[in-house]
Design a protein around this ligand. Structure first.
Ligand code: F6P
Length: 544
């Protein structure tokens, strides 16, 4: 970093927000709506086909003004420009952060280390498309001449969560005569269950790993190789027909035995959790076809352009990011619930967990100082209406403040009687109930006995966003993901943290490597752990 940032708590907008929070922190949404009949229409924004109603947030015009001022004072404009320009804003890894280049249209120019990266992106997309067409049409044959009926993506973290989320989200558009499965966990059960009803001669493995060294993925890939060879008569040549790699690491791919001609490349300027629209999305392209995949990229790009160019006051990702900062830092909200009312988005919250928490779960600033405020909240959620019959009780009547993002669509992909209207009625009802609650007077007026009244009161004043779009298409999915990517970027910029490294996953990996040897040692190993870990290892060795 060239310029040293003013610590967050010393920025004038931050101080003003603290004072402002003292003043309006307890204001009721009911009151805000009563005072401003236009609020429900005014505090909305539509861009790139995504509509956001943020009126049910505990904010006033003054709050918004100060949050936007905070974005300015935190250098958000410069950071956005730096990211899109290809500056090495991931400072701890000295890398550019260019997932936006993955969806840049042909002809755009983005230069990293003196090289325009856009032609390379499109060359890989073309290679993926040619491969996908061959597999989908049956032209690509397995070792015994049979067509591929099963595709198994082996990867973890960003090399799994994006692909599995996108596959589920876009299943409606998928080629149904190919079975798609995703293996991620080093627990052998994941692999064994994924292949138990499949034939090796009809099964293609996509080994997806940016580094091609990740323990879980390489272990699963080796088991897949053994399983394939066992089912294909042990001929090593079979590997070329049943394994392709998606990686930045050609050397390790070759070492594994995959022909680098069957490798789909991406680059170190794509973070794992930002990679589902790179070659890591090969399973998505195989499922939905190249045209749909390109439509998804176009959706991403539309949101990128909106984020890059729209004034902050009318910028969807900026507003979403700032609202999260408001609740996290001023209301002590520890979590954000993401509640898609769309069954196809069932893995969206899990995907967002890595995107948000691996990005902003940081305790030091870009300057290496301990952060003075709370950073990344916990993201979680389940598709509606299932969550309503599970954890919504706590959101409505518990003691914690849980800001919610409701996501819904005007049109369903599966019209079935009244189902969709019922589903959407629940979105609107939940947000209304959370915001406005139900008073003791209302409960009493229904004839509720006095002793029961407190139990049936809803305090309300629980904030939520409602995000609406036309229909879950590949293009809309791209927009939604980019919306959250850039909201995360906005938050990270306010907190002055590096949202693009993930050192927090390293220590456990290193310790596990050491412990693997200790668990497998033929002779009793000398252990130098704390007494708890030593005891657990000894106990496991004795009982395994
Ligand atoms: O969990 C840590 C991490 O490095 C993630 O950031 C990444 O998405 C995942 O592991 C998988 O890494 P790779 O694609 O290199 O196998």
């Amino acid at each position: 970093m060239t310029t040293k940032l003013t610590p967050l708590s010393e920025r004038s907008a931050w101080k003003a927000l603290s004072a402002h929070h003292q003043k309006i922190g307890d204001t009721q949404l009911k009151q805000l709506f009563a005072e401003d009949p236009g609020r429900g229409e005014r505090f909305t924004l539509e861009a790139a086909g995504i509509f956001l109603d943020y009126s049910k947030n505990r904010i006033t015009d003054e709050t918004l003004k100060l949050l936007l001022q905070l974005a300015e004072e935190s250098g958000l404009r410069e950071r956005i420009d730096a990211m899109f320009r290809g500056d090495k804003i991931n400072i701890t890894e000295n890398r550019a952060v260019l997932h936006v280049a993955l969806r840049a249209p042909q002809g755009e120019k983005i230069v990293v280390d003196g090289e325009d990266v856009v032609p390379g992106v499109h060359a890989v997309l073309d290679k993926m498309a040619a491969f996908a067409d061959r597999v989908r049409s049956g032209a690509w044959k397995g070792h015994t001449g049979k067509r591929i009926k099963n595709v198994i993506n082996i990867g973890i973290g960003g090399s799994d969560l994006g692909p599995v989320m996108a596959y589920e989200a876009l299943k409606h558009y998928s080629q149904r005569d190919i079975t798609f499965r995703f293996v991620s966990n080093v627990d052998g059960t994941d692999f064994v269950e994924a292949v138990q009803d499949l034939n090796a001669d009809e099964t293609l493995f996509l080994v997806a790993s940016k580094t091609f060294t990740t323990l879980e993925t390489m272990t699963n890939a080796h088991s897949a190789r053994d399983w394939s060879l066992a089912g294909l008569g042990g001929d090593e040549k079979a590997v070329a027909k049943h394994f392709v790699a998606i990686s930045t690491n050609a050397k390790e791919v070759a070492k594994f035995g995959i022909d680098t001609a069957n490798m789909f490349e991406f680059w170190d300027w794509v973070g794992g959790r930002y990679s589902m629209d790179s070659a890591i999305g090969l399973s998505t392209m195989l499922a939905i076809g190249p045209d749909n995949f390109r439509a998804m990229l176009d959706g991403f790009h539309q949101m990128d352009e909106h984020f890059r160019t729209a004034p902050f006051a009318s910028n969807l990702p900026v507003l979403l990011g700032l609202l999260t900062v408001w609740y996290t830092d001023f209301f002590d909200a520890q979590t954000v619930a993401v509640l898609p009312y769309e069954q196809y988005l069932k893995r969206f919250p899990a995907y967002l967990q890595q995107l948000t928490m691996e990005s902003n779960g940081k305790h030091v600033t870009l300057d290496g100082e301990r952060v003075a405020t709370v950073t990344g909240p916990i993201y979680w959620g389940e598709p509606g209406t299932n969550g309503q019959h599970s954890f919504y009780q706590l959101i409505h009547q518990g003691t914690r403040l849980i800001p919610c993002d409701f996501i819904g669509f005007y049109k369903t992909l599966n019209p079935l009687g009244q189902h969709h209207d019922m589903l959407m009625a629940n979105v609107f009802a939940q947000a209304e109930a959370l915001a406005f609650g139900k008073t003791a007077e209302q409960v009493k007026a229904e004839g509720t006995p006095d002793w029961l009244v407190p139990h049936r009161v809803f305090e309300g004043n629980r904030p939520s966003n409602t995000i609406l779009a036309d229909q879950l298409t590949p293009e809309v999915l791209g927009k939604l993901i980019a919306l959250y990517e850039h909201a995360v970027f906005t938050q990270g910029t306010i907190w002055s943290i590096d949202s693009f490294d993930q050192w927090g996953v390293e220590l456990g990996k290193v310790l596990a490597q050491k412990i693997i040897g200790e668990l497998e040692s033929k002779t009793e190993p000398a252990l130098s752990h704390d007494t708890s870990t030593t005891n657990l290892i000894r106990r496991y060795r004795k009982n395994k």
